[in-house]
Design a protein. Structure first.
Length: 514
C-alpha cells in the first residue's frame, strides 16, 4: 500500500470511534446542515472537504460547541455516538473530557506563555502541597513533544515560534488530554511544503497508535496524500464518499461543486504596453527589484516562504517605505509613500491576510466594498447610502457573493465570499494595476476556479495583474510570466511557456548567488 494508507479496514467489524447520524442544523433563513452522517474509525484518517459554505465548519462546531446568541452551538436534529455511547457535547470542556480535540488553522495559544504552560494550561501538575510542579510539567511536556518528533524546548515562549511549531504545541496539548479523536481544521494552510510533510509524518504516527483523525483541507492534493477515506459536503448535505485510491480528483471536484470544473486553456498572448514599470526598488528587505508588468498580462511572483514576495507588494503599494527605486504606471512616473498614493496612481492591492489587513469584519458588505471611496459618496447631509448600496449590489451580482442581503456582516460570510467582497472593493475603483497576494488561499476549488476566470477576464480587458502565489499549479495555469524571488531579490523572470516546476524550484532554492 502507498505510505500513509495503512489504516484498518473499516468493513472488518471494528466499531466506529465517532458516529454522527442525521445531523441537521438551522440558522435563521439558512439550513446549514441537512441529515449529515459521518463515521470515523480508530486508526483512520477521514478527510472532510467541500466548498466554502458547504457546512464543514458547522459540523466541526457541533463536535466542539461554543456559546452562540441562541445558546450553545449544538445540532437541532440527529445523534452523536462516541466510543459507542450517545453524547451531546455542550461546550469545549465537555468535548475534551470525552477525548475529542480540535486544532484550528489559527492556533489557540497564549503567546506570552511558554510551550509547557500552554500545553497544560488549566491542568498544571501540582505538588502534594498544592504548589505548581514546574519540573514535572516541563518533563511531561518534553516527553509529549518527543513523541511528536519535535525538539522544541518546553521553556520557549510560544509567541516566538513559527506556525508549524505552534501546531506542534497544539498537537502536544491534544495528546496531554488523552484525545482519542483529533480534528484538524485547515491545519496546513499556512505551512510550507517541508512543514506539511512533517505534519503528515505525525499524522501517520498518531494513526498507528489507533487515534481517529479528521482532516479538513482545501488542498485536495494533501487530502489524497494523507487520508484513507474522503467525505464531501455540498450545500449542507453529504453528497459523496469514497476510499482514497478508489476515487479520483475529478470525481471529488464534481461532487464538491455539482459540475465538472472547466479547464482553462493557456496560450501565449501578444505583449502590450507596460502597465507597471519597476526599477531598482529597495527597502524592507527587498534589494534592487526591477521588472515590467504589461497591460493584459498576469505576472506571477513565486518563491519560498520568506523570499520577500509580500514585502515587494507592500513596497509597491506604500504599506512599507521604499529606500530607493522608480515606479511608473502606464508610462507616468509616480511617487508612492502611502497606500493613498498607490490608489491615486490607479493601483489596487488584495493582501494575503484578508482578516488582519483587508476587511473590516464588523462592517457589512456595502461598507467594506465602498470603504476606499467614501469621499465619492459624501453629501452635505451625510453619506449617500443609496449610491453605496447600488455600487455594492452591482458587485454582489457580478461576483456572485452568496448572502441574504448587503447588510450582512462580513464576519458571517464564508472565506470564499469574504475574498469576493475584498476583490469587489478594489475592482470598484477600476484599477490599472491589481496586486494580489495569495488570492485563492483558503478558498474552495469552485471559488478558486471563479477567481481564476475573473482574473483572466480582467487581463483580457487590459488590466495588469501582479499575482503572488505559493501554488505552482496555479502559477502555471494562470500566469503569462513568472518572477522567482529568493532572499529579497528577483532571481528569475521567464515566460510560462519556457518554465518548468523543477526550474522554478531550482531558482527559488539556489538564492541570488545560485
Amino acid at each position: 500500500m502507498p505510505e500513509g494508507k495503512e489504516g484498518i479496514d473499516t468493513g472488518g467489524g471494528a466499531p466506529p470511534l465517532l458516529r454522527m447520524v442525521n445531523i441537521t442544523k438551522r440558522f435563521p433563513g439558512v439550513l446549514a446542515l441537512q441529515g449529515v452522517h459521518l463515521e470515523v474509525y480508530p486508526g483512520e484518517v477521514v478527510a472532510v472537504v467541500g466548498e466554502n459554505g458547504a457546512g464543514k465548519t458547522t459540523l466541526l462546531e457541533i463536535l466542539n460547541p461554543h456559546p452562540a446568541p441562541t445558546g450553545f452551538f449544538t445540532q437541532d436534529e440527529g445523534e452523536i455516538f462516541f466510543q459507542g455511547k450517545p453524547v451531546r457535547p455542550r461546550d469545549p470542556a465537555e468535548s475534551q473530557r470525552l477525548g475529542i480535540a480540535i486544532i484550528h488553522q489559527t492556533p489557540n495559544l497564549i503567546p506570552t506563555m511558554t510551550v509547557a504552560e500552554n500545553i497544560f494550561l488549566g491542568r498544571e501538575p501540582r505538588t502534594r502541597t498544592g504548589l505548581l510542579d514546574d519540573p514535572r510539567m516541563k518533563r511531561e511536556a518534553r516527553a509529549l513533544l518527543k513523541s511528536l518528533r519535535s525538539s522544541l524546548s518546553p521553556d520557549a515562549p510560544v509567541g516566538e515560534l513559527g506556525s508549524a511549531q505552534q501546531q506542534m504545541v497544539e498537537l502536544a496539548k491534544a495528546l496531554s488530554l488523552n484525545a482519542k479523536l483529533i480534528v484538524m481544521d485547515e491545519l496546513t494552510s499556512a505551512l510550507s511544503h517541508h512543514e506539511v510533510e512533517h505534519i503528515f509524518e505525525i499524522i501517520r504516527s498518531l494513526k498507528a497508535r489507533g487515534l481517529g483523525l479528521v482532516f479538513v483541507s482545501h488542498r485536495l492534493e494533501e487530502v489524497f496524500a494523507i487520508a484513507d477515506r474522503l467525505v464531501v459536503l455540498r450545500d449542507g448535505k453529504r453528497v459523496g464518499e469514497g476510499r482514497v485510491g478508489q476515487i479520483n480528483l475529478d470525481q471529488v471536484i464534481q461532487w464538491m461543486v455539482g459540475r465538472p470544473i472547466e479547464k482553462m486553456s493557456h496560450e501565449a498572448r501578444p505583449r502590450r504596453d507596460p502597465a507597471l514599470e519597476v526599477r531598482n526598488l529597495s527597502g524592507a528587505g527587498i534589494r534592487g527589484a526591477s521588472f515590467v508588468l504589461h497591460q493584459g498580462e498576469i505576472l506571477a511572483v513565486t518563491g519560498l516562504v520568506g523570499a520577500g514576495r509580500t514585502r515587494l507588494a507592500d513596497l509597491l503599494f506604500g504599506v512599507q517605505k521604499a529606500e530607493e527605486g522608480d515606479i511608473r504606471v502606464h508610462g507616468s512616473a509616480v511617487t508612492i509613500r502611502t497606500p493613498g498614493d498607490a490608489i491615486a496612481a490607479h493601483m489596487g492591492y488584495v493582501p494575503e491576510d484578508r482578516h488582519a489587513r483587508g476587511l473590516v469584519l464588523s462592517m457589512n458588505i456595502t461598507e467594506n466594498i465602498t470603504l476606499p471611496q467614501l469621499p465619492r459618496f459624501r453629501k452635505w447631509t451625510g453619506l449617500d447610502r443609496r449610491g453605496e448600496d447600488a455600487l455594492a449590489q452591482t458587485f454582489m451580482a457580478k461576483m456572485k457573493i452568496a448572502t441574504p442581503d448587503l447588510d450582512q456582516k462580513v464576519m458571517a460570510l464564508s472565506g470564499g465570499n469574504q475574498q469576493k467582497v475584498l476583490l469587489s472593493r478594489w475592482l470598484s475603483l477600476k484599477p490599472k494595476v491589481l496586486i494580489l497576494d495569495e488570492p485563492t488561499k483558503g478558498v474552495d476549488v469552485g471559488t478558486k476556479a471563479e477567481i481564476h476566470r475573473l482574473l483572466r477576464g480582467l487581463a483580457d480587458e487590459g488590466m495588469g495583474i501582479l499575482m503572488i502565489s505559493s501554488e505552482l499549479p496555479e502559477v502555471f495555469q494562470l500566469s503569462d510570466r513568472i518572477l522567482v524571488m529568493a532572499e529579497g531579490r528577483i532571481v528569475a523572470d521567464m515566460p510560462v511557456q519556457e518554465a518548468t516546476p523543477e526550474g522554478v524550484m531550482t531558482y527559488a532554492t539556489a538564492g541570488p548567488g545560485g
